[in-house]
Design a protein around this ligand. Structure first.
Ligand SMILES: [Zn+2]
Length: 281
């Protein structure tokens, strides 16, 4: 992980610690990120990027993903989910996973055919990895999908789990015709009470324990120059050492947001002028 990635991770972690979940989807996302952090802890960054590369080879060039949370993305199926507008809660209904659908009596021969081909391709791609690495990776996938009963017991079941749930071809199948998924009914994922936990942890001041007490610098508003620089260069913001002021200061959030929307307006105006395409410099 390079310095910028590290800063981004640290910053979003800080935000997660600060913000109370606003919707059911927020609860679900927070929970799944927490599970993923636990599941990936046993791997180093190199191992994780090799795994990602292997799964991207399975998916093919056009369908590469930059991270496991996008690769194993239950959100893919939840574009129109009620959970985006529902208040925080303790359970969420999500579409059935490919690995669950595969054992469903109504599954089609076409689905089975794609599934078998994906499994066989991944088996070859994974040849050089030991059993425990492949099982660990499958458990990381299960964490990302918040699947508490993935049935991963050995190399064979792990490869099957990974191939079915990472498959871009099954995604395409679903996008063309999702009748199978709908007919299987939703899966219900139970969630811990994240809203309460987060409130408790804020009250206990655990944020301070993790990140140290706020300093004078953290409470000092950005200069106009800084506001502009951060609005246009998120990387400069993340590297500035001054990120902790943003979540605590509504005023500076607004100042930055104003510049961001200003830039967006300008971009839209240019796009309109050039018929929906940005001119190439
Ligand atoms: Zn401020």
């Amino acid at each position: 992980m390079d310095a910028l990635d590290h800063q981004i991770t640290q910053y979003s972690q800080t935000l997660e610690d600060l913000i109370l979940p606003g919707t059911l989807i927020d609860c679900y996302e927070q929970h799944r990120r927490r599970l993923m952090r636990q599941a990936s802890a046993s791997f180093n960054d190199n191992e994780l990027s090799w795994f990602l590369d292997m799964l991207n080879q399975l998916r093919g060039v056009a369908d590469r993903q930059d991270d496991f949370d996008l690769l194993f993305d239950p959100m893919m199926y939840t574009e129109n989910s009620y959970a985006w507008d529902a208040p925080p809660g303790l359970a969420i209904e999500l579409p059935v996973l490919n690995s669950q659908l595969a054992t469903h009596p109504g599954v089609t021969a076409e689905f089975q055919k794609i599934a078998d081909e994906e499994v066989s391709q991944l088996r070859t791609l994974a040849e050089t990895y030991p059993d425990d690495a492949i099982c660990g990776l499958a458990l990381l996938a299960a964490a990302a999908l918040v699947d508490c009963d993935p049935g991963i017991t050995d190399r064979r079941s792990a490869i099957r789990y990974l191939a079915l749930n990472a498959s871009a071809r099954l995604e395409d199948y679903w996008a063309t015709d999702d009748v199978l998924w709908k007919a299987a009914g939703p899966r219900v994922v139970k969630l811990p009470d994240l809203f309460l936990e987060q409130k408790e942890s804020l009250r206990r001041g655990s944020l301070e324990a993790i990140h140290g007490p706020l300093t004078e610098l953290d409470l000092t508003c950005y200069t106009d120059e800084e506001v502009k620089r951060y609005a246009f260069n998120p990387d400069k913001f993340l590297m500035s050492g001054k990120t902790r002021h943003m979540p605590v200061c509504g005023l500076c959030q607004e100042r930055v947001a104003k510049w961001v929307s200003c830039a967006k307006d300008a971009e839209e105006k240019i796009m309109a002028q050039f018929g929906g395409k940005l001119p190439i410099a």
